[in-house]
Ligand binder design. Structure first.
Ligand SMILES: [Zn+2]
Length: 280
């Protein structure tokens, strides 16, 4: 009887309920894609502190969204250094996640994708000046070719040995891994890892997915190749509940007011987390 009443109730209101459900769905998708917002500043008691992973590409005077002018980059780094942020390396991140290693307060990873020569010319001295650490994900075939505008193996080795920069893998050719066969993916992953390890005499632990493209199968191949984690280009912050093979980052762009955009992105919290939904 009650069931019938409910069915009748829904039946008479179907033309209202369906559009409402659709609207709710659309709003959910819309808001899940929104960026920006303010950090709550409250760490989740289970997942631990938020770790911000900043994502840069070029640091030079090109008029391009992916290129941060050196003066702006310095302004950003000075802000981090003077406002209680502490940079960590991917290795420190891994130890904190797996070995109960300590994290400093306000932990930040400063990452650079692709390995442009300007990272050595501009970013490296600025990081050194402010006592900060960064990570550069390099494309090994370009290092091999002495490609113009690209880092050399000598520069990569110097930065890695200094302790200021960790050199990690961005594969051999930067091909989008979702477009490749398993055999090709394995080559991209293992060859880049071995190549950096041989040249720099260190263990390569992390990967940045070229173009950000990945899926669960690719993540399993990354793990199989011996990497301890991988960075995506999905927007978000990480905490102890994050899967190490799907680490989200916060991209930093050149905008009409690059520093204001930087501050806004530093405080980025996905909307669902702002309203208390946990993504995990
Ligand atoms: Zn890239």
């Amino acid at each position: 009887m009650i069931v019938h009443r409910i069915t009748d109730w829904i039946g008479t209101r179907k033309r209202f309920i369906l559009p409402l459900l659709l609207a709710a769905l659309l709003l959910t998708v819309f808001f899940s894609r929104q960026e920006g917002g303010r950090a709550s500043g409250v760490a989740d008691s289970v997942s631990g502190p938020k770790i911000i992973v900043l994502n840069y590409h070029k640091v030079d005077r090109m008029n391009h969204p992916l290129s941060i002018p050196p003066a702006d980059f310095e302004h950003q780094m000075a802000f981090l250094a003077q406002n209680g942020y502490h940079t960590i390396t991917p290795h420190e991140l891994y130890m904190a996640f797996t070995d109960g290693g300590d994290l400093p307060t306000n932990p930040v990873l400063i990452t650079f994708d692709d390995g442009y020569a300007d990272n050595y010319t501009y970013a490296y001295p600025i990081l050194k000046k402010y006592g900060l650490k960064g990570t550069i994900f390099v494309i090994t075939s370009l290092l091999d070719k002495n490609y113009p505008g690209y880092l050399t193996w000598g520069q990569a080795a110097e930065m890695d040995a200094s302790g200021v920069i960790s050199i990690e893998s961005h594969t051999v050719t930067h091909g989008s891994l979702t477009d490749l066969t398993d055999e090709q993916i394995r080559y991209e992953l293992t060859e880049a890892k071995h190549s950096i390890e041989q040249r720099l005499g260190k263990e390569v632990e992390f990967l940045a997915y070229p173009t950000g493209a990945y899926n669960l199968h690719i993540a399993s191949l990354v793990r199989e190749a011996g990497y301890k984690g991988a960075f995506t280009v999905r927007n978000g912050n990480m905490d102890r509940a994050t899967n190490l093979y799907a680490i989200e980052r916060v991209p930093i762009f050149q905008t009409p007011d690059t520093f204001a955009s930087f501050l806004e992105r530093l405080k980025f919290v996905p909307l669902f987390e702002q309203i208390g939904w946990n993504k995990h």
